[in-house]
Design a protein around this ligand. Sequence first.
Ligand code: ADP
Ligand code: MG
Length: 715
Amino acid sequence: MNEAADNMRLHEVSEFEKITEVFGENVFNDTVMRQRLPKKVYKDLKKTMNEGKKLDSVTAEVVAYAMKEWAIEKGATHFSHWFQPLTGITAEKHDAFITHEDDEGRVMMEFSGKELVMGEPDASSFPSGGLRATFEARGYTAWDCTSPAFIKESSCGKILCIPTAFCSYTGEALDKKTPLLRSMQALSDQAIRIVRLFGNTEAKKVNPSVGPEQEYFLVDKDLYMKRPDLMFAGRTLFGAPAPKGQEMEDHYFGVIRERVGAFMKDLNYELWKLGVTAKTQHNEVAPAQHELAPIYETANIAVDHNQLVMETMKRVAIKHDMRCLLHEKPYAGVNGSGKHNNWSITTDNGINLLDPGDTPNENMQFLLVLSCIIKAIDIHADLLRQSAADVGNDHRLGADEAPPAIMSVFLGEQLDDVVTQLIETGEANKVKQGGKLKTGVRTIPDFIRDATDRNRTSPFAFTGNKFEFRSVGSADSIASPNTVLNAITAEAFCEAADELEKADDLMMAVHDMIKKNLSEHQRIIFNGDGYSEEWVKEAERRGLPNIKSMIEAAGALTTEKSVKLFERFKIFTRTELESREEIIYETYAKTINIEALTMIDMAGRQIIPAVITYSRELADTANSIKAAGGDASVHTEILKSVTEKLSAMQTALKELKEAEEKASHMEDARKQAYFYKDEIKTLMDNLRKPADDLEMIVDKRLWPIPTYGELMFEV
Ligand code: ADP
Ligand code: MG
């Protein structure tokens, strides 16, 4: 790989300016808009942003002009509609600003309102799950003006990126952003009805806020380059455990190594320029594992920024002669990487609906909102599970790692106690820690919010004034989980508002609804150890779904319940859902196929030849010892063991090749995906096992790939 091509312009450490000067330097943000747009245009644009009003073409023209001037002053040469197709990563196609020459032969720099608002990438090669027939394989991108445009710096130069949604010509969503925006609208519409009931007449809009904590691994570039599995699959497909793993717990929050520190420093700097509020950084549980968390922001911006975080991590790592691994499970046997999706709902006049608040009115509203979310998670546990499914995440959820695949809600001891009292007696007269949550209704006690006990084993935990959805995979976009959270909450709010708007005694009706929601959906609440075997059994008794893999979860998208939900709030049509399910099967099969082919390649051309060399050396030595009349019994014993394992590898390799051949002829995407899961993956395990055993026997000098110890401890 050409390092120079990957080089990005990074400031030298000594050039670091003050954060305040750097922050948002490359963003066409509110300050820039205020400075550069005529007052009226600025106001119109803000109206569009805040209220979703349509942007007229004259305003678009003026905004485009100002944006272009700003970008060119900053050295940008191209613009790009930046979008998020169903590949899970971002896509961009660069267009230079230059157009025809003017009368005097000078090249002109142009960027029209039309170019800002809409693009037509030839996007026939993006996954569409059969939505777009090839004869009309055009998509269009539409500006999401609520997420600010920014300038991306790379070896391509500086590119003005315009965040967009990506649809087919007939209006079907082909990306992750369109449904997210639709779900935000639905949530806002329904949440407004709830806050109105409690007398909030000011709020015009309700926004979900999201703060994703991003985990990742770093690995030395030279070692990475010697591992085809890391290069092609993003994870190790072979590798015996290192003598030391994470058992000493000495990495978590440990002192950050110099090289990693330099990486983090540059990473923060690059992110700040892009207006990403990179805030916390620390070492994670596994060796060479780290985490970055930004300050939370409106969901669609958080989604865009998380994509930028992942992209920037990869680029900055290259600059530091390392590689960033975002895969959920780069190394077997040590902690994998996830992404905690912190989520809350806030009105545009600053009320967080998940904050218990200080007044009786706020407390009641909080309990209603809480009970609606509990109901939503119970009804749509399968959908929530699906929203966090990706191929790499199968190694975490429901496999040998946290959090479990069973969705449940953790409330904390105190809140759980209140909920239990409400369910059991319809009243809650005492509070465990005697704090204050004023509800105004005699039967609900005052209590304080507590964030003291955190349950790290729960997939969906209430943490004081937000929920933390912990199942999301580290490499995955956070668009789908947030789309689902918004959608299912919108539905529960809608059902609550339908009933409460008709009530004579509102507060009594609210009280009854809280009790009803909690009683009917209590089974989803679980405060115990989510990793335990007992919970798996208990959850089964409660009838909670335990969906173990990505492809088993896919069907949740197209159940009647799901179609009804998404169509009702205009988030997905049935056709869109069906196409997404199809894409899941295709993605799964393609990913495992790459893994299997990589294993075949590594086993056949690297590992087996190395073992053969070792066996030959061993046999030669044994023979010469024997010829000299010596004792070669140890040599013979090792040789026997090596030969057995080599033969097991060869058998597994042959079987894997045959199965791959069979898979390549399968037409039905779903069947093919299941074949990969049930057959190919087992054969991959069969190939790995003897290879990993051999790694522990064969002379290190001959082993063709870097070991786990080197990969994880030489950063
Ligand atoms: P933790 O103890 O889980 O690390 P933090 O307070 O550090 O908790 O927050 C983790 C993430 O949650 C950060 O990205 C933070 O900005 C975000 N967060 C905090 N409050 C909220 C909120 N009300 N809504 C959404 N995200 C939030
Ligand atoms: Mg957290």
